[in-house]
Design a binder for this molecule. Structure first.
Ligand SMILES: [Zn+2]
Length: 317
């Protein structure tokens, strides 16, 4: 696993190696972007008989145009549908580069996105070349489940049922092939991040995913995996839950709790400073706030930067 890079932005991204198109079932593809750290997401696409459905886009204009080229390299058919797994900009900033597509997402994905901005995050992530992008929220929304047909393929868009990574997480489930596009409910090799959702809800979401009995999972970040990745993320969230309960009871701040914690093997994962944001969310739940309640994100990100030694968070988007 690569360590922190002395390079920033585009040059650092080149050192990560090119994105990979992985066929996870006949005509179903994951688009995996190394290394899966901040703002470097996975997407996917499903090739039908006369059109294509994409799963998420990317964070920057350059990355989204590369994703479009990767789709075209597989099939010249038009992308007429984009499914957003959640509102985060690494999965949605590039929506505008699919002007011929309907954008589908959970009702709360749209609610958050209509007030979303692109960029303006230098204080947190350093300089990023976002490119020319316009926020484009879903124009088709649903509260629980929406069934798509992509050619002969049944595709279930399922709200995960609880605040988890965000308050509007949708998984894309291919029941015949047992392939799951999990969005950011699963990270593979990166630190899970529930600051904008719920820790306890994230654990419930993992149970829901396990209940589908997926054979192949495309996580929101990191390589394509199997169901074993569910247990690994569950271990982290269980550890985090215990840490939060003990530190909250002892009166430690989230930042102090994170600094004093032994992350063990979790320290090797990408973006370990997310532990601080996760503790902020866990504390809110210990204080009795309903799952997914708005909390002070600026303070949480400030504490993550402090945990990181005061430097902007490593971002190679
Ligand atoms: Zn996300």
């Amino acid at each position: 696993m690569p360590g922190p890079s002395p390079h920033q932005g585009h040059h650092g991204a080149e050192a990560l190696g090119p994105p990979r198109t992985v066929e996870v079932a006949p005509g179903a593809f994951a688009y995996v972007q190394p290394d899966g750290s901040w703002w470097i997401n996975n997407a996917g696409f499903l090739v039908g008989s006369d059109r294509i459905t994409a799963v998420d886009t990317a964070s920057t204009e350059r990355r989204t145009r590369a994703f479009r080229q990767a789709v075209t390299a597989v099939s010249p058919l038009p992308v007429t549908t984009v499914v957003n797994t959640h509102h985060h900009g690494d999965h949605t900033n590039g929506n505008c580069l699919f002007p011929e597509a309907s954008i589908i997402g959970h009702v709360r994905c749209r609610e958050v996105m209509v007030d979303q901005r692109i960029g303006g995050l230098d204080a947190i992530f350093g300089a990023v070349e976002w490119g020319e992008l316009t926020v484009t929220p879903p124009d088709v929304t649903f509260p629980q489940q929406l069934d798509l047909w992509v050619g002969d393929r049944a595709v279930e868009l399922r709200y995960i049922g609880t605040p988890a990574h965000t308050t509007g997480d949708v998984v894309v489930w291919l029941p015949a092939e047992k392939v799951l596009f999990a969005g950011d409910l699963l990270f593979n090799g990166g630190t899970p991040f529930a600051l904008m959702g719920s820790i306890q809800g994230s654990l419930a979401a993992l149970d829901a995913i396990r209940g589908l009995d997926p054979a192949v999972i495309v996580p929101g970040h990191g390589g394509v995996c199997g169901p074993e990745a569910i247990n690994v993320v569950e271990d982290y969230l269980s550890w985090l839950t215990d840490l939060a309960r003990d530190a909250h009871g002892a009166g430690a701040s989230p930042l102090d709790a994170a600094r004093q914690a032994d992350l063990g093997a979790f320290a090797e994962w990408l973006d370990p400073e997310r532990v601080v944001g996760n503790l902020h969310r866990a504390y809110a739940e210990l204080d009795g706030l309903p799952l997914g309640s708005p909390i002070d994100l600026a303070t949480a990100f400030g504490d993550m930067i402090a945990f990181n030694g005061g430097a902007p968070l490593r971002c190679l988007a």
